[in-house]
Design a protein. Structure first.
Length: 160
C-alpha cells in the first residue's frame, strides 16, 4: 500500500474549457472517480443528470441554484449527492461559481424522456485533460494522473 501524499497546487493548474461558460480544473484521477473544480459562469445551467456513484461538492465561490428545490448553495456550502441522485443547477448572481467536487461512478446527462444522452466519468475526464495538454503543448501534471492507467497514445501525445 502506497502511503505517500501527493500535494497538488490547484492554482497552478489552468482551467480547461469544456463548453461555453463551463471550465474544469482537474485535481486527481483514479480508476473509480476523480476530484476537480468546476467553474460555471453566471447564467450557465448544468442540465439534468444522474450520478451512478456518490458526489461530495463544496462551493468555493459564487452561488448556484439547485433547480429542483430552488435552494441556493453559497460559498462554504457542502452538498452530498448519493448514488442515483438526479439534479440540475445553474450559476446565479454576478460572479462565477466555483465548486470543488469528488465524484465516483458516471454522470449520465438525461433527455426529456429520461434517456441517457451522454456520460462522463474518470476515464473520459482524464482523456479530455490529456487531449487538452497535447493541444496546449503542456506536459500533464504527474500527480493528477498518478491514480489512473492512461492509454499509451494519450500519454505520449500529452507528453509531446
Amino acid at each position: 500500500m502506497n502511503t505517500t501524499a501527493y500535494p497538488v497546487n490547484a492554482d497552478s493548474i489552468p482551467w480547461l474549457p469544456l463548453h461555453d461558460g463551463l471550465s474544469l480544473r482537474p485535481l486527481y484521477f483514479s480508476p473509480d472517480g476523480y476530484c476537480a473544480q468546476l467553474r460555471i459562469e453566471p447564467g450557465v445551467t448544468i442540465p439534468r443528470h444522474r450520478h451512478t456513484g456518490e458526489v461530495h461538492a463544496y462551493n468555493l465561490a459564487g452561488c448556484r441554484e439547485l433547480i429542483e428545490t430552488g435552494e441556493i448553495a453559497r460559498p462554504g456550502t457542502y452538498i452530498y449527492e448519493p448514488p442515483g441522485n438526479e439534479d440540475s443547477w445553474r450559476c446565479v448572481g454576478y460572479v462565477p461559481c466555483i465548486v470543488q467536487f469528488s465524484i465516483t461512478g458516471r454522470v449520465e446527462y438525461l433527455g426529456p424522456r429520461d434517456e441517457v444522452l451522454s456520460t462522463t466519468d474518470s476515464r473520459t475526464a482524464c482523456e479530455a485533460y490529456l487531449r487538452w495538454c497535447a493541444q496546449q503543448g503542456r506536459s500533464p501534471d504527474p500527480a493528477i494522473i498518478r491514480g489512473l492507467d492512461v492509454p499509451a497514445d494519450l500519454r505520449r501525445a500529452a507528453a509531446g
